[in-house]
Write a protein that binds this ligand. Structure first.
Ligand code: PLP
Length: 407
């Protein structure tokens, strides 16, 4: 039995099969590199789906976790611990200047935003939340209802009420679903799972103006696009717009589970004692991992670096589009959150790249999603582009229609 099979066999027998796992067993990570159980090296252009923004096992994060683990891992939120307050101060200082609530995942962070909006609107009987088609907000019942994708919702009916869907970058479609019960609009400034689709400045500013005019809350889901992924701390900062609150998770703990919401001062005290809670939320270990992650992003200048590497990668992808116009149609995204849009399915390309050792993700039918660590080196971007160019040449040559020779 191969080492891979040895791991996969009990796994598949006893782990509930809700993921389409590729048959690879990873055992080690460092920076943008991953090693499988057979010693094969991979270049990681997925980063745990935008989790490893500072790369695998960054020494600063590892040291912070090790030190905190030896001192104090968990204390209930019935008491104070130093690190949670410091992390909240740091995050609220990066944007909005209100307060934070800590939880353990993206879905929970969005759930907290939804509860915040409902409680805020309760007195005035406002509870409806508008989200966008093709969005992704998580897998709990409320967040999968917020998620504008039927495939995520199907089979789980009856869904919680109070959600309406509009179209990203179509302000008219938002106005169509407004009712006297509308409380908030929740939006990803760059849709991730939906296929790497950035909002337009016009749309984001239009939403802000609409919310100001009618008194709705503007909420941003920054779970994937936040924390430097797009070259700014938060993706909404590209559009000169501030939401009333936003959610974070994925990259916040560099792989240690932590989620958060950050509010403006107006919303800072809406969730009062007894209204929301999480056992693990913001425990010392999670907060140590998050503080170290933010420190690395800052000290290593990863915001401008992510932007520069994003431009380099985008340029390389753009020349691939020009080289293979029948198969590749467009490059889109912001910073190091990029999608290569294909005329055909992206799955075959993802699989072939994985065989060679480049990790990416086919998103939806037609988009190859690229989310390397923010501290990716120029040489690693070049290596990925070389692999992509070779693989496209090989794959698309095979797929090209046969030339018909006239008789
Ligand atoms: C991944 C993701 C979520 C869900 O996060 P989980 O930690 O898996 O619950 C929510 N919103 C967006 C935009 C995401 O990319």
């Amino acid at each position: 039995m191969s080492k891979t099979t040895e791991v996969i066999t009990p796994f598949d027998e006893r782990v509930i099969p809700c993921y389409a796992r590729r048959p690879i067993v990873f055992v080690k990570g460092k920076g943008a590199k991953l090693w499988d159980i057979n010693g094969k090296v991979y270049l990681d252009f997925l980063a745990g789906i935008a989790v490893l923004n500072v790369g695998h096992s960054h020494p600063t994060v590892v040291a912070a976790i090790q030190q905190q683990a030896a001192e104090l891992m968990h204390v209930s939120n019935l008491y104070y611990t130093p690190s949670q307050g410091l992390l909240a101060e740091k995050l609220a200082g990066l944007a909005l200047g209100g307060k934070c609530f800590f939880c353990n995942s993206g879905a929970e962070a969005n759930e907290a935003l939804i509860k915040l909006a409902r409680l805020w609107g309760h007195e005035n009987n406002r509870f409806e939340i508008i989200t966008m088609k093709n969005s992704f907000h998580g897998r709990t019942l409320a967040t999968l209802t917020a998620t504008g994708q039927e495939k995520v919702q199907k089979g789980f009916e009856p869904l919680p009420s109070g959600f309406r869907h509009a179209r990203l970058n179509d302000l008219g479609s938002v106005k169509e679903v407004l009712t006297p019960r509308t409380a908030a609009i929740l939006v990803e400034a760059v849709q991730g799972e939906g296929g790497v689709i950035p909002a337009t400045q016009e749309f984001m500013q239009g939403l802000r103006a609409l919310c100001n005019e009618k008194g709705y809350l503007l909420l941003c889901d920054e779970v994937q696009c936040g924390l430097g992924r797009t070259g700014k701390w938060f993706a909404f900062q590209h559009f000169d717009v501030e939401p009333d609150a936003f959610s974070l998770a994925k990259a916040l703990g560099s792989g240690f589970p932590i989620g958060a919401i950050v509010t403006n001062p107006k919303l800072a005290n809406v969730l009062k004692s007894g209204k929301h809670a999480s056992t693990f939320g913001g425990n010392p270990l999670a907060c140590a991992a998050a503080m170290a992650t933010l420190q690395v992003i800052e000290q290593e200048g990863l915001l401008p670096h992510a932007w520069a590497m994003g431009e380099k990668l985008k340029q390389g992808l753009q020349s691939l589009v020009e080289k293979f116009p029948l198969h590749l149609t467009e490059v889109r995204g912001l910073g190091l959150m990029l999608g290569l849009v294909m005329a055909t399915g992206a799955k075959a390309l993802e699989e072939k790249l994985l065989d060679i050792g480049l990790i990416t993700l086919a998103t939806g039918e037609h988009v190859l999603r690229l989310l390397p660590p923010l501290n990716i080196k120029p040489s690693e971007v070049e290596e990925a582009l070389d692999i992509l160019a070779d693989t496209c040449a090989e794959l698309f040559a095979q797929a090209a229609p046969e030339k018909v020779t006239p008789e």
